[in-house]
Write a protein that binds this ligand. Structure first.
Ligand code: AMP
Length: 138
């Protein structure tokens, strides 16, 4: 597991604006926010990408995320928000420690911008793909 800026934050070696902490989870303000209230939520477990994370850390994150979203809504005064979680540099992950962004979306000028180039799922490919994924879960 490579050393990251987030491991240093977890060890309190560099400062952060802490918002929440429990046994498995830490949340703090993003230093370069896309909008006011942009929060980062990380597991204490040192996993690089979400697929590497233990069920216990995943459950701990899942348990607290909605509560953190509600706090961000309340304090930013903005009801709309995006939860973003990047894995791998090709998917815009810059810090190699699992993190969820909670990003208020006040309007077109700030918050997360999304490109959403959709395709079409054919019935044949849908069947084959779903079957392959079900098998991969076993
Ligand atoms: P990602 O592109 O998903 O890896 O996002 C990494 C995020 O970490 C970016 O939004 C950065 O602004 C944020 N970030 C990097 N260093 C710090 C830091 N020291 N404190 C708070 N946020 C940070």
């Amino acid at each position: 597991m490579p050393e990251t800026i987030f491991s240093k934050i977890l060890r309190n070696e560099i400062p952060s604006h802490k918002v929440y902490e429990d046994e498995r989870v830490f949340a703090f303000l993003d230093i370069n926010p896309l909008s006011r209230g942009h929060l980062l939520v990380i597991p204490k477990e040192p996993a690089v990408t979400l697929d590497e994370l233990s069920d216990d850390s995943a459950a701990a994150l899942g348990r607290v995320l909605p509560r953190l979203c509600r706090a961000v809504q309340r304090v930013s005064g903005v009801l709309a928000y995006n939860v973003l979680q990047n894995n791998g540099s090709a998917a815009h992950q810059a810090v190699g420690h699992v993190h969820f962004h909670i990003i208020p979306k006040p309007g077109d000028e700030s918050g997360l911008g999304i490109r959403w180039p959709t395709g079409k799922l054919s019935p044949a490919d849908g069947s084959a793909l779903a079957e392959a994924l079900r098998a991969a879960l076993e």
